[in-house]
Ligand binder design. Structure first.
Ligand code: ATR
Length: 275
């Protein structure tokens, strides 16, 4: 059977791990998938998508800075993409209409809950940040029914806006917004969704949010310990994870959306850690 074509679109795109991850999935499952990386011009994401699907492409992943554009471009959105306000997965339906999905939230939940065995139901969770990355994952995290979710952000109004947006999903959950200086007690789970470390910065948060059992999760991924996770370790955290598992889980979910086959993720995590 001829290979079917998939790709990740972003700008820049040369450091993307997605081609490697999806090639490993294809190898493992025997699915006829060829997966490449496409750099779209900043002013022509729509043209790049059109050209890809007109050329017979089957599915796209979308990364920085085009996730909101992908959401806006699609003719239909899955409910998890609708609420996320951003899409990382595109495909055509039976009518050849462009569908946007978002697998990021499922990605972080599967990594925390299933791979790292961190209970989210009933947990008290602190999420740092209130930008696109956080909005993209809040729905699936709230669906796990934590007891409380506190959104801390530099710009408190943005955290407050997210609290209003997700009020319906949080009927039985204590959902609140605050600034970084506010939360002073330990949480069960802390998720860093800010992009502060891209500027070599840390969210100015007190180490008191970390207790002996706190699980710390940085949505960023890096070969070395991330800046945020190093801060957490220095402040007594015993369990820290970076976003590699989330990256691979969101890819596996996209692969499943496109192919109807769910790849195993743990061998792929091992491969990428050893790169
Ligand atoms: P992304 O798509 O990565 O979420 P974004 O929508 O620009 O990008 O959001 C970036 C997030 O990181 C925001 O929560 C931002 O805080 P503001 O809402 O106050 O801008 C946060 N952030 C970025 N740089 C930061 C820094 N140096 N210190 C603390 N927070 C920072």
């Amino acid at each position: 059977m001829n290979n079917e074509l998939y790709a990740v679109v972003g700008n820049p795109i040369n450091h993307s791990k997605s081609p490697r991850i999806h090639s490993l999935f294809a190898q493992q499952t025997g699915e006829p998938v060829e997966y490449t990386a496409i750099q779209a011009p900043l002013d022509d994401f729509a043209g790049t998508v059109k050209q890809f699907f007109e050329g017979g492409g089957k599915g796209l992943n979308v990364t920085v800075p085009f996730k909101e554009d992908a959401w806006a471009l699609a003719e239909h959105r899955t409910s998890r993409a609708e609420k996320a306000g951003a899409a990382n997965t595109l495909y055509l339906d039976q009518e050849n209409d462009l569908v946007a999905d978002n697998t990021d939230g499922v990605g972080i939940v599967r990594d925390l809950r299933d791979n790292q065995k961190v209970p989210l139901k009933g947990a008290r969770i602190l999420v740092l940040g209130a930008g696109g990355a956080v909005r993209g994952v809040l729905g699936p995290i709230l669906a796990e029914q934590p007891a409380a979710l506190t959104l801390a952000n530099r710009t408190v109004a943005k955290a407050e806006a997210l609290v209003r947006l997700f009020a319906d999903e949080a009927a039985n959950i204590e959902l609140s917004a605050c600034g970084f200086e506010q939360p002073g007690q330990p949480f069960d789970v802390i998720i860093n969704g800010t992009s502060a470390s891209l500027q070599g910065d840390l969210p100015p948060i007190s180490g008191n949010v970390i207790g002996p059992d706190t699980v710390v999760y940085d949505m960023m991924y890096s070969l070395q310990t991330t800046t945020f996770n190093q801060w957490a370790l220095d402040n007594g955290a015993q369990r820290v994870y970076d976003g590699l598992g989330m990256l691979i889980e969101q890819a596996a979910e996209a692969f499943h959306v496109w192919r109807g086959v769910r790849p195993e993720t743990s061998p792929v995590v091992d491969e990428l850690r050893n790169d």
